[in-house]
Design a protein around this ligand. Structure first.
Ligand code: PRP
Ligand code: URA
Length: 224
């Protein structure tokens, strides 16, 4: 595993025209609360859902618009609406589910898919245990989410699996990323834009992001 992490460190020099960092003060404030080890499971869950909403807002900034004629109480006007874009939110379980409530409250018409991947603690390689996408995925623009992009093994494997199903486009959203992971992800999927709330310092010797926020799944579900 040390050798694997060393190779990642060497690779981490260049990521990244395709990365957007959400530096909004409210998001950064919420992320700080989430990083604190004293933050409760209940509070963490609420915060990640709120940040999911903000991520969704930023990641859908380029949705095409049209106009429709409406009547306000004072006059008729042509007003902007979304131009029939079909979206699919895909959660990488289990931690990705933490974003879902917030994202779905923002775009309730989006379909939802799930990719079950779990990192093996010794090898850090992702192991697949579930995969379910909407049937008409090839007509949809996809937003994939997982709070943590560490070695990027999980995100790369998830996008590999999703690309095989032929969606119209893919974006990836995370809370915290390691430079090593971003670099590796950019090499594997240079066509996939990445949105993150923070790019942290580095990975530690067991593949955790420093300073990070610990194990996102455990923080959301209280399993540790
Ligand atoms: C965490 C996290 C990512 C992955 C990131 O999930 O939510 O999916 O690790 O690590 P990587 O970039 O090195 O692949 P974990 O495997 O712990 O599963 P969980 O969501 O079930 O807790
Ligand atoms: N997965 C997590 O949940 N946290 C990390 O820091 C790295 C991988």
């Amino acid at each position: 595993m040390m050798k694997f992490l060393l190779i990642l460190c060497v690779m981490s020099t260049a990521f990244c025209q395709n990365v957007t960092t959400l530096d909004h003060p409210l998001i950064q404030h919420k992320l700080t609360l989430m990083r604190k080890k004293s933050t409760s499971v209940c509070e963490f869950q609420k915060l990640i859902s709120e940040v999911g909403m903000a991520l969704c807002y930023e990641m859908t900034r380029d949705l095409p618009q049209t106009t429709t004629q409406i009547e306000t109480p004072l006059q008729v006007m042509r007003a902007p609406t979304i131009d029939g874009k079909k979206l699919c939110l895909i959660s990488i379980m289990r931690a990705g589910n933490g974003f879902l409530d917030g994202m779905r409250s923002f775009i309730p018409s989006a379909r939802v898919g799930f990719v079950g991947l779990q990192r093996d603690h010794d090898t850090l390689q992702p192991i697949k245990y579930y995969f379910k996408l909407p049937k008409d995925i090839e007509k949809r623009d996809v937003i994939v989410m997982d709070p943590m992009l560490a070695t990027a093994g999980t995100a790369i494997a998830a996008i590999d699996m999703i690309k095989e199903q032929g969606p119209r486009s893919i974006k990836f959203g995370a809370l915290v990323a390691a430079p090593e992971g971003l670099s590796r992800f950019a090499k594997a999927h240079p066509d996939v834009p990445v949105y993150v709330c923070a790019i942290d310092e580095r990975l530690n010797e067991i593949g955790y992001i420093l300073p990070g926020l610990g194990d996102a799944g455990d923080r959301i579900y209280g399993t540790k």
